[in-house]
Design a protein around this ligand. Structure first.
Ligand code: SAM
Ligand code: SF4
Ligand code: SF4
Length: 333
């Protein structure tokens, strides 16, 4: 196990398998910026499955136990089940998950399950179609995502739904979403709108904090707190009384959790980032492609992680000049 400057172990790894997406969520990939001329990565720039597998094995050797695949939209990556099969076979990896916007799920759920995937986080920001169609920037109906969620549940996946909440955009959906997923027995996690990237027009007024969301929810439902299941669990969870369903809050803005952040991220072109709000990554693809040995790459990763001192969310309010950050769609959340 390797640890950083604040004694945080390297425990989980997010791997982005593509920087492309079939949505244009305003808060992540605004269509004005991610238009037809946007310089997305070329096929050759993106890591191959073999390269991803090799990196994942090296990270597992260094103590990583959890892998989550993300994007862009990971289900757009052709042949994804083949990669999942490779990754689930790696010794030491005990937990594999995938985060998706759910649009291709009805079509792909079976193949993903057969490949060994069991955990899915599905993003859905509103049930109301007028709101959702605007939010996803592609006019996709929430019914399509709900059908994907139903399909995933039928297949036996452990499903969580993620909702990014923005004031004046979808806050009126907090209660209907909670009621709908409570009924279905599916965990819903409310995510505070974050200042990731440089293009989503973030400001503090648009953030609805966990405290505020909790107050809204408790005027409709009785909630009781649930203990964290493990060190570094990101969501603060609550159970509905007289139901097994839960809600969680991801409080990156109002109650930062940098002190227990054990996560590294790899972009689709193989750069290693030690924080979601980083400006620079380390090009691991160069090591993979110049035939560096496993030991050389592991030494590099160890050196980066042991120097890591990131705590952006802890420091957010005291940062003077905004720095240029990587985009969420590139690093995968
Ligand atoms: N396309 C997939 C999806 O939407 O689930 C995976 C990638 S997406 C970048 C991962 C997660 O980041 C999603 O749950 C999305 O809602 C969340 N996200 C994107 N931009 C965000 C922001 N500005 N603040 C908070 N969460 C954000
Ligand atoms: Fe695509 Fe996910 Fe970003 Fe929406 S949040 S634009 S679905 S990557
Ligand atoms: Fe981890 Fe960076 Fe987020 Fe803090 S701001 S929790 S260090 S990713």
């Amino acid at each position: 196990m390797i640890t950083d400057q604040f004694n945080r172990p390297l425990h989980d790894l997010r791997i982005s398998v593509t920087d492309r997406c079939n949505f244009r969520c305003q808060y992540c990939m605004p269509a004005e910026i991610f238009g037809p001329d946007f310089p997305f990565l070329s096929k050759n720039e993106v890591l191959s499955f073999e390269e991803i597998e090799r990196l994942a094995k090296l990270f597992a050797d260094l103590g990583v136990k959890k892998i989550r695949l993300t994007g862009g939209e990971p289900l757009l990556r052709r042949g994804l089940p083949e990669l999942i099969e490779k990754l689930t076979r790696i010794e030491g990896i005990t937990d594999m998950g995938l985060t998706t916007n759910g649009l291709l799920l009805s079509r792909l759920a079976e193949d993903l399950y057969d490949a060994g995937l069991r955990r899915l986080n599905i993003s859905l920001d509103a049930l109301d179609d007028n709101i959702f169609k605007k939010l996803n920037g592609r006019g996709v109906s929430s019914r399509e995502i709900l059908a994907g969620i139903d399909k995933a549940c039928e297949m036996g996946f452990e499903v969580k739904v993620n909702m990014v909440v923005q004031r004046g955009v979808n806050d009126q959906e907090i209660v209907p979403m909670a009621a709908y997923f409570r009924e279905k027995g599916i965990s819903l996690r409310f995510i505070e709108f974050m200042d990731v990237g440089n293009s989503n027009g973030w400001n503090m007024e648009k953030v609805i904090t966990k405290k505020e969301m909790y107050e809204i929810l408790s005027s409709h439902f009785e909630l009781e707190p649930v203990d964290a299941a493990y060190f570094g669990e990101v969501a603060k969870r609550y159970r509905f009384k007289e139901s097994n369903a839960e809600v969680g809050f991801i409080t990156s803005v109002s109650e930062s959790f940098c002190s227990s952040c054990t996560r590294a991220r790899i972009s689709a072109d193989g750069k290693l980032y030690t924080c979601l709000f980083a400006s620079h990554g380390t090009d691991l693809r160069a090591f993979l492609r110049d035939r560096s040995s496993d030991e050389t790459i592991k030494t590099k990763i160890t050196s980066i992680w042991s120097k890591r001192a990131d705590r952006y969310s802890d420091q957010r309010n005291n940062l003077q000049t905004p720095k240029k950050k990587i985009e969420m769609s590139y690093i995968g959340g």
